[in-house]
Design a protein around this ligand. Sequence first.
Ligand code: F6R
Length: 600
Amino acid sequence: MGGLARLEYRGYDSAGIAAVTTDRERVSTSKKAGKLVNLAKQLADRPLPDATAAIGHTRWATHGAPTDANAHPHIAAGGRIAIIHNGIIENYSTLRKELLAQGVDFLSETDTEVAGHLLAAEVAKGLSLADGMRALVSRLEGAFTLLAVDAQDPGTVVGARRNSPLVVGIGEGENFLGSDVVAFIEHTRTALELGQDEVVELTADAVRVTSFDGTVVDREPYHVDWDSAAAEKGGFATFMDKEIHDQPAAVADTLRGRVDERGKLQLDAGIIDESVLNSVDKIVVVACGTAAYAGMVAKYAIEHWCRIPVEVELAHEFRYRDPVVNVKTLVVAISQSGETMDTIMAIRHAQQQGASVIGIVNTQGSTIAREADAVLYTRAGPEIAVASTKAFVAQITAAYLLGIYLAEIRGNKFPDEIASLMEQLSEIPAKIQRILDTSGPIREVARSMANHNTVLFLGRHVGYPIAMEGALKLKELAYIHAEGFAAGELKHGPIALIEEGVPVFIILPSAHGRESLHSKVVSNIQEVRARGAFTMVIAEEGDTEAADHAEHVFSIPVAPVLMTPLLSVIPLQIFALELATAKGLDVDQPRNLAKSVTVE
Ligand code: F6R
């Protein structure tokens, strides 16, 4: 149950366990709709017997509503086989019809149960569970990580992986499987990532990996460089609050040790030749959600520093519109989990067109980290809360490092300019800490706004993606209608949304520096205020004008404009967290969401 609890962030509409006992007829299962706590209650009333092996699952529904019956594990062959699954079996409907024609009874509406019955048929022919799994996967299309147990082979768990992650935890006299190392981190920090199209056969003291065709694969284990404490709440009421407070460390760790003795930036894995990077004539950032907003922020910096055009595209849109990508394109895939299917598909498409791919990824050994030509890890540590916070600031930091690196090797910046940018970045952790230490007023205002139905967010330049990120945080946590707009766009339509009392957050740029947008944004504030908006302004410390235009001003430390997104997002994260908490909502596990979106 501990492992399932740590994986609950990936899906939490139902959960279940199948245990293999010495009864060789059937596995014992327990499953329940709703959060894991419901399963825990059921198990407390009706415990499962002691087991030699077990599989467990927390679900994010794709096929079939979140009911007890659709919860995994699914059983087949009268309970001899139990199976769990992440992903989508795209040809499940054809397979289901075939099984129905053979007289198979279905107990659920899931695609997974189809796989269970097909596996049972293979095992009934006399194949071992592992051979049966290899036969099964040859019939499936789509994305699937499957784990299965057989009552007649107690002590063995067999897994298969295509497109969705599967990691082996190697212990002493015990071995584990999980979608993420957090599942077993309290037992072992030695992990082995299964590759695409591989099958694993696991007993307490052996791990055997083969490809789908049965060829033995030799995979090197790796050491997980964080421990179970990093995946705990550390005294905070929620993971999200803890992760918001992890942000100074997330930025500092992402920066640490990046520059070698010659002053050159170091990527973590894989090499893209400098000559390739020098010949790049376009950068395309592919990502989804919050990670895409990190990419939008990075666009401003990379274009400014490197004079290379940067496009930012939602990965799911990029893949299917025949994008213009070639050997001169550098694709930057940004992903916390490294497992977002939309982003994986986008990088595969880009690689097929000859583009080089750099992954900015938080999860060691994840699919994007393995498939990209080079990786720059964000060292945010495990992010458990579903809403991304510390990964976001770490993603911006890593993308900035990449921009500085490109500016360096392409000769766009002199060494002293590079050093100055690195210095500006190194000052960010302490500045974030200052915002966290003085977050009382924004928390108080957020709590007072729990009854509002709409909140708007405005920003210009780098403040624009931050406005959208602030709105996304509020939507997903507080279920409030929230929109982020480019402040200049407001008068082209969205200003019609403003009516008496509508709360509007505005990110006000610094009044200093070349081509300051301060006065332009002040005008935008006046425009909404004149129409009754309740304005809350995020302004630089010492901005004496901000208070004249706002019901509330929240200050952030002074920083060069391109560094400000790393600061201005913090009050917005806190606002969403606090408002959702005041509404009594579960901020770590908002409704309908899952942390890793491993389906297209
Ligand atoms: C929002 C959020 C999502 C993710 C998006 C991409 O708070 O967490 O929008 O940013 O699903 O996920 P990754 O970064 O894992 O690819």
